[in-house]
Design a protein around this ligand. Structure first.
Ligand SMILES: C[S@@+](CC[C@H](N)C(=O)[O-])C[C@H]1O[C@@H](n2cnc3c(N)ncnc32)[C@H](O)[C@@H]1O
Length: 248
């Protein structure tokens, strides 16, 4: 299996991808959420929004969290439109979001041409309790299809996931669990290409390589591109090691 990691802006890179060159788009964009007011959402960094003050880690901030609601919708629509053009017929798009941005994300997905086909809850048991109200312990994966699902494939996937964010060895503020990503990447036929325009630390890519899919990623932060590169390379090296077997 192989991967290509582009360092730069997702929209710029997506515009350069050939038509119909990927079989799935699985991504976790900056949510541009995390606050009750517009200035809360646009004025705070990703770290301020998503890392609690008593957090055990000291991971780097990431860019792209300061759009207001109107520009987030336009930007995500343009992005998903380019992703649609770069996808083959029957490709599936899966976009992570939170409760506040769910309506905007499903609007953007549909405006871009995808047929919105469902919302997959991701439940995170280790979330903090909330005093006086319900625990905020889930995020959502809005998904859609280019045309219709390929019903010749013998594929059955769960409709929800229960998994905590990685704790041990965590390398990104909003890192997704690889075990969940390994299930999601199966919407891409084996040997096909999974695109993640917001690679972060590379969890989608690691999952794709593990499941025998190719990976194309984009990451704007130089720091997180380095982290992703390291994880992706380690995944390929591991394959070589496993194929060759340990030395006697
Ligand atoms: C929510 S995080 C993705 C985390 C990833 N799923 C993981 O498990 O590590 C979003 C990532 O998008 C990157 N990003 C923000 N704006 C971007 C842009 N315009 N183009 C490419 N990447 C961008 C951020 O640096 C951040 O690492």
């Amino acid at each position: 299996m192989s991967y290509t990691l582009h360092r730069g802006d997702a929209l710029t890179v997506l515009k350069s991808l050939p038509d119909e060159s990927v079989q799935a788009v699985i991504t976790d964009p900056p949510y541009n959420s995390g606050g009750r007011t517009s200035s809360d959402r646009t004025g705070r960094t990703a770290r301020a929004k998503y890392v609690t003050s008593n957090s055990a880690h000291d991971l780097a901030n990431f860019p792209g969290e300061n759009r207001d609601q109107r520009s987030y919708r336009s930007w995500l629509t343009e992005l998903l439109t380019e992703a649609y053009r770069a996808s083959t017929e029957h490709a599936v798009a899966m976009v992570f979001t939170d409760w506040r941005q769910e309506p905007t994300t499903s609007d953007a997905l549909q405006m871009a041409g995808w047929t919105w086909s469902g919302t997959i809850p991701w439940i995170k048991p280790s979330s903090r309790p909330r005093k006086g109200g319900p625990k905020q312990d889930s995020e959502s994966i809005i998904w859609g299809v280019k045309g219709s699902l390929d019903n010749t494939r013998d594929l059955y996937l769960p409709g929800h996931y229960i998994a905590s964010q990685p704790r041990k060895g965590r390398v990104h503020i909003t890192q997704k669990p690889v075990e969940v990503m390994q299930q999601l990447v199966q919407v891409c036929p084996e040997g096909g290409t999974v695109l993640d325009p917001f690679t972060g630390s590379g969890s989608t890519g690691v999952a794709a390589l593990r499941e025998g899919r190719r990976f194309v990623g984009v990451e704007l932060s130089a720091h997180y591109a380095d982290v992703a590169e390291e994880r992706l390379r380690a995944e390929l090296t591991k394959d070589d090691f496993e194929l060759a077997g340990p030395e006697a």
